[in-house]
Design a protein around this ligand. Structure first.
Ligand SMILES: *[C@@H]1O[C@H](CO)[C@@H](O)[C@H](O)[C@H]1NC(C)=O
Ligand SMILES: *[C@@H]1O[C@H](CO)[C@@H](O)[C@H](O)[C@H]1NC(C)=O
Length: 546
């Protein structure tokens, strides 16, 4: 196995061409999408009314079903004369999933479209692709290209050799989980399981400060909660090792550190009734993570540590979640002493990751991408990863193996030590839902920080409004420090600055000066401790003066 992986590093062929749309449309059975209701919808059904769901709802199709009332009636299953979808609806009670299915007829298959070429890479577009697709591809990829690493042929070779050497070393860190990593370095760790109010079990980690027994006055103890990013896990705060990764540094400073994990990642794949193999396990967006997982973990950590407040450090999605929580449930302002938002994915207008731009509803690729991604776990097929930036990565870096890892493709390779790359790849991606991805795509299109957009009809039912509500940043009363960098594909400094201006109690927006610093570097660059973490710890220490 290993030998195969090694060979994959260097792109041996120049014939790099992937496509979102090239391979066959779903075979017939795959088009039967069985989709249970999510938590919000299920709550509605508990009120006793027989709610029918037109779950799989393409925005484009919605205006054909003039009133949402039609979906409430068993006698009138929703169907659409103008396209080839027919929907079968069923109703069941609370606790039994409610299913809805869509069967697409054969003649609804789009045929293959044109091939668009960008810098020698090919992208097949859908049928009747407008000329503007060429411009879209160019715009999306040029902006990403201009803010990524480019290797000369010699550098590619050097990278390949170094990567190969690093992969050959038996590095156990590739496989160790958070507690094993901590124990290996003689840190005291406890594993805890938190159950959310909607039934997910989250395994989280508590690192006891060195000499915990001697901490006499518990009131003096400071707790820091670390929230991982998109497709990440608690491991991310540990992978560089002691004195380098943030969790170790905080622990060395005497803090009690909690490492959170949110539903769907490798530490949080259990639920009271749902199974990870079924799509309903994955029917959550960041809203559920923010409003169920994060408060459950914060409350739990405060209870066990016997504290009233903790410091919250959120990376990327970890920052998205805390702002959504504080905006929606202001009482959490009392439980958080400071927020440190590293590379926050809140406003996404300037995002450069091709993946997130292509999944935005106003992108010409949206509909077909949506089809390819499905509605369960976010696990794009290999071919899709190539189109979403993998091909570009490969032609610039030359390493097929790294460039077929969705985490590296989504956030672009940073200034990470090559030795660490096999370790990072061993821990990424750890799982997430397509809805989380879609919600970020929606943020790219709407330029706003909103709840999940189910489409006008379901929005009306869930939120009472056609548009999903915005999160109101005026409700975030906690002192906040923001961290961004110019080369970050996921969180653009201008978007972070907009957030900075909207937050009533923002203390600083710190922009990393290093031109080459990327999203990934906030976790994995050798420079991160000095450039980011030391400053962050200083801010936490100053908390009393904030
Ligand atoms: C971490 O690994 C150890 C050893 O295999 C195992 O006992 C433990 O349950 C794991 N922890 C989690 C949270 O997966
Ligand atoms: C946001 O919340 C503030 C109070 O925290 C309120 O004054 C303001 O009207 C709200 N804005 C919106 C758009 O709801």
């Amino acid at each position: 196995m290993k030998a195969i992986a090694l060979l994959l590093c260097l792109a041996l062929t120049r014939d790099i061409a992937g496509s979102i749309f090239r391979h066959e449309y779903y075979p017939k059975m795959d088009r039967l999408m069985v989709q249970p209701l999510d938590y919000n919808d299920q709550q509605q059904t508990t009120r006793g009314e027989k709610t029918y769901q037109e779950i799989y709802h393409n925005h484009k199709h919605q205006h054909h079903h003039s009133s949402s009332g039609s979906s409430e009636s068993k006698e009138k299953p929703f169907e659409d004369q103008n396209n080839d979808y027919a929907t079968i609806q069923t109703v069941k009670n609370w606790n039994t999933p409610v299913f809805s299915a869509i069967i697409s007829q054969d003649n609804a298959r789009p045929t293959y479209g044109d091939v668009i070429t960008w810098k020698g890479l090919q992208f097949a577009t859908g049928p009747n692709s407008p000329v503007s697709d060429q411009k879209d591809i160019e715009k999306i990829f040029n902006e990403a290209y201009n803010t990524m690493k480019h290797f000369s042929e010699e550098e590619k070779k050097a990278f390949h050799d170094a990567y190969q050497a690093a992969s050959k070393i038996e590095n156990e860190d590739v496989h160790l989980n958070s507690s094993q990593l901590l124990k290996k370095h003689q840190y005291q760790v406890e594993e805890h399981t938190v159950k959310t109010d909607d039934g997910y079990f989250l395994n989280i980690f508590r690192i006891l400060p060195k000499q915990y027994e001697y901490v006499q006055d518990k009131k003096d103890k400071s707790v820091v909660f670390l929230a991982h990013g998109l497709l990440g896990s608690s491991d991310d705060w540990l992978l560089m090792g002691p004195k380098k990764s943030l969790a170790y540094m905080l622990s060395d400073e005497g803090y009690e550190v909690w490492l959170g994990n949110t539903r769907g990642n490798k530490y949080a794949r259990r639920h009271v009734s749902k199974h990870e193999a079924q799509p309903d396990f994955w029917l959550y967006s960041n809203d559920e993570v923010a409003l169920h997982d994060i408060p459950a973990m914060i409350d739990y950590a405060l209870k066990i540590s016997e504290q009233e407040k903790l410091h919250y450090v959120g990376f990327s999605q970890g920052a998205t979640n805390v702002f959504a929580l504080l905006a929606s449930r202001p009482e959490y302002n009392e439980k958080i002493a400071t927020v440190h938002a590293i590379s926050p994915m809140v406003y996404m207008t300037k995002v450069r990751s091709p993946l997130l731009r292509m999944i935005a509803p106003n992108s010409p690729f949206y509909e077909r991408l949506e089809d390819q991604l499905g509605w369960g776990e976010f696990k794009p097929p290999k071919e899709l990863i190539q189109s979403l930036g993998g091909d570009m990565c490969e032609s610039e870096i030359g390493c097929k193996n790294v460039c077929s890892n969705v985490y590296f493709v989504m956030s672009s390779i940073g200034d990470v030590d090559i030795d660490l790359i096999p370790v990072i790849m061993g821990h990424h991606p750890t799982g997430g839902s397509t809805r989380q991805m879609r919600q970020y795509g929606q943020a790219v299109a709407s330029h706003e920080f909103r709840k999940f957009d189910y489409g006008p009809v379901i929005n009306q039912k869930v939120y009472g409004t056609v548009q999903p509500p915005k999160f109101n940043m005026s409700n975030v009363k906690v002192p906040v420090v923001l961290y961004s960098s110019k080369m970050d594909w996921l969180s653009h400094p201008e978007d972070v600055e907009r957030l900075h201006k909207e937050l009533p109690n923002a203390k600083d927006h710190y922009m990393v000066a290093d031109e080459q610093f990327t999203n990934m570097d906030f976790l994995f660059s050798k420079k991160a401790p000095q450039v980011v973490y030391e400053r962050l710890i200083e801010y936490i220490k100053q908390d009393s003066t904030m």
